[in-house]
Write a new protein. Structure first.
Length: 83
């Protein structure tokens, strides 16, 4: 976030601020900013875990084998251009 100062002001509905205060206490966060940062980190971690689970499911079903074959075919075509 280039060009922005260290801190900025945002406007939130009172209900959102109250929920953030509750989360801040539950997480033992020092500030609302710290609580928001922790929530973002948690969300990113859960998204990554969800992606990993989807890949595991595809592997279990054998779906990666056809992808692997397609990649090998493309690689073969790429190298055949140079021979």
């Amino acid at each position: 976030m280039m060009g922005l100062g260290r801190y900025t002001t945002i406007t939130l509905r009172r209900e959102i601020v109250e929920e953030l205060e509750k989360v801040k206490c539950e997480l033992n966060a020092k500030s609302l900013g710290d609580a928001i940062s922790r929530l973002i980190q948690y969300w990113r971690r859960m998204r990554a875990l969800g992606f990993a689970e989807e890949v595991r499911e595809i592997r279990r079903k054998g779906g990666l084998e056809e992808l692997r074959r397609a990649i090998e075919e493309v690689r073969g075509l790429k190298w055949s251009r140079f021979t």
